[in-house]
Design a protein around this ligand. Structure first.
Ligand code: PMV
Length: 350
């Protein structure tokens, strides 16, 4: 469709959050990861973002989440738009009205920056295409992953369904520090992972992920962490092919606990765990041994626990959550999710 210079454009995308099994922790250069990471896209936890681009003599934006303006996000979006302008020159002469909504509650232990920044990157990329009059039929997901990375590292991995790797690793030929790529050759069992998010504490974090990434610069275990993550990437790639759940849980839990150990041993050290996080971890490990329940866990930079299990075991695992875990969750809240199919365009209007 022909684009008229003074015309307003509207695009809307829905993009998922993701859960990293091998974690990205620490950066170098501009938003490049210290180590490669691997994650899967979630299905229910998504952000829908609608951007209205109004031609203007200078750049500008407003942002609202679920209809509310949130000051704290303005700086993050402004920084992102500044970096993105080098790739998307239309930003310099448009005023952007950005309206986002999440399907999950704030501070629920779901990475809203991953879904939020990837949805925004998709909208901005589309708008640039429309301004240039290019076809929007072919979407260059690597280019958009590169853009999303500039907003939030983990967002680079939210452009694909199933599993993605972000960061250069000799184990994946075309892997790159600037963008994520989708992983193929995944055993069907790991395309059907269920993830119950056990909400332990909904408060926002004492120390943000950005501060945590920065503390890796002079971290005494920096080199060891890079080696550990690279080893875990190789192990996880084998496990994702062969479908071994026990080996999968071993890697996921090693990564989650190592992430928190890095926070505790940084300078200054800090802990984001809650007493209930530890109690839940103990119960999960006990259920695996004593009840042969196929459950394991992951964690992000927060106190909440991501319970992982095969989707076909949902009945037994949900009974376990109900009887043994729920009372340890904040207001008994559990959010059920599973592996998803990646982003989706909702609409575009010229
Ligand atoms: O994308 P950021 O800067 O919010 O960092 C995310 C870091 C972790 O969620 C802890 C790990 C990961 O790889 O997603």
């Amino acid at each position: 469709m022909a684009y008229k210079k003074d015309k307003e454009l509207i695009v809307e995308w829905r993009s998922p959050s993701n859960l990293a099994i091998v974690k990205y922790w620490g950066k170098k250069n501009i938003q490049e990861p210290l180590n490669p990471s691997i994650s899967f896209a979630l299905h229910n936890a998504t952000t829908t973002t609608r951007v209205r681009a109004i031609p203007s003599t200078k750049a500008g934006f407003t942002f609202s989440l679920d209809g509310v303006h949130i000051d704290a996000f303005d700086n993050k979006i402004e920084g992102f738009l500044q970096l993105a302008t080098a790739h998307l020159p239309f930003i310099a002469n448009h005023n952007l009205v950005i309206e986002s909504s999440n399907t999950f509650p704030h501070s629920s232990g779901i990475a809203s920056s991953a879904s939020g920044m990837s949805a925004l990157a998709l909208c901005l990329y589309d708008l640039q295409q429309m301004v240039e009059g290019s076809s929007t039929q072919s979407v260059d997901y690597q280019a958009i992953s590169n853009l999303a990375r500039l907003g939030s590292g983990s967002a680079a991995r939210s452009l694909y369904g199933g599993w993605s790797v972000w960061g250069k690793t000799p184990a994946v030929a075309s892997s790159h520090n600037n963008y994520a790529i989708q992983l193929s050759d995944i055993h069907p069992t790991f395309l059907h992972i269920a993830n119950a998010i056990l909400l332990v504490e909904p408060k926002s974090k004492k120390v943000s992920s950005s501060q945590g990434h920065n503390l890796m610069h002079n971290h005494p275990y920096k080199r060891a962490r890079i080696n550990q993550a690279n080893d875990n990437i190789e192990k996880l790639l084998c496990v994702l092919k062969n479908g071994n759940w026990d080996a999968f849980f071993e890697i996921a839990e090693n990564e989650a606990l190592s992430l928190h150990a890095l926070m505790m041993s940084s300078n200054p050290g800090y802990t984001l765990l809650h007493p209930h996080s530890i109690q839940i971890i103990d119960k999960i490990r006990k259920a695996r041994v004593e009840q042969q329940l196929p459950v394991g866990f992951s964690m992000d930079a927060g106190p909440n626990i991501h319970l992982l299990y095969p989707q076909q075991e949902a009945g037994r695992v949900e009974a376990f959550i109900e009887n043994k875990i729920k009372h340890l969750c904040y207001q008994q809240q559990v959010i059920f999710d599973h592996v998803g199919d990646g982003p989706m365009e909702i609409s575009s209007i010229v």
